[in-house]
Design a protein around this ligand. Sequence first.
Ligand code: SF4
Ligand code: SF4
Length: 332
Amino acid sequence: MKQLTRVVSTTPRNILDIRFWPTDICNFNCEYCFPGSVLNINKFPKNIETVIKNFRILLDEYQKSHNKDFFRIDIAGGGEPTLWPYLNDFCIEIKKFHNVAIKLTTNGSRKTEWFEKNTKHIDKFSLSCHYKEVDISRYIQNCDYLWERGSRVGALLVMDAQHWDQCLKLLDEMLRSKHSWPIQAKEVVDAPGLDFDSYTDKQKKFFTNPLKRIPDSKWILDNLNELNYYQSIAMFDNDEAEPAAPNHYISKLGNNFKGWKCSVAIENLVISHDGKITGSCQEEIFKDANLSLFSEDFEEKFNRAKLDLQSIICPRNCCSCQPDTHVSKQKI
Ligand code: SF4
Ligand code: SF4
């Protein structure tokens, strides 16, 4: 049987992806929320000027040391980012000196008036739908509003094997919305009591095409670059290669890269609730592991710390987050 030996990301090399978790508070309580999030410990940074200044230092460093000139910042959770009171200020300021595109990943629970007031500087929206707490009418109204405004918006329906019918009902309601924004379904595979084997064969088949609605052909043509449906190329020991869709590695149980050489430090970062900067899977990439982007002495410490921009050796049995599975990596 052919063996996977390499994953090559399709993201251009000049782009750095950053997931930013500004808060660890959330108004929802999903059982499958990933461990370590929604701790309600750090709340959120209030020193917004320092946070922006330190962000700029970090972006400058990647620009200088790694020729990154385009930064995609995904403001996400766990924790609900729309609860960060400085979200709008951050989005305005961070675009002033760097080439930045901002995506907001939200549970879509705020009123439409909130979106009208606070999201003018956000380029793209992913509204995750959680069966237990979603107000589906408000959720759909928000998606429709963003669509009408001309923003790029997509629904991410989280499918829980144990509450399958409820999730399907939500899909049904979404499919009857006024506008045809894209809908993607996503399985929960790394939560207490839920892994890939929790799903029946019929449910697994449902994910062979996770895109449950795509808008018309004009939209597809307009968003061709953005779609990037195949997020990496999977390469095998027999010299074969195949394009990998978002859930390719997870659904085929090919997400154990322990001991592989991984480029997470130069492709995909996370800024977590306490300001710590790590690879997107939260692996350490700095020699000074206590560096916090939210701290007043970040600049002083950062200048001394050396960014380890080399590949790291993956220490984990499971690369569990979809975007992390597509980071470039090589078996050694
Ligand atoms: S909405 Fe998101 S962050 Fe909040 S509890 Fe659910 S999964 Fe966690
Ligand atoms: S868990 Fe982290 S280090 Fe390991 S392969 Fe995934 S992204 Fe790379």
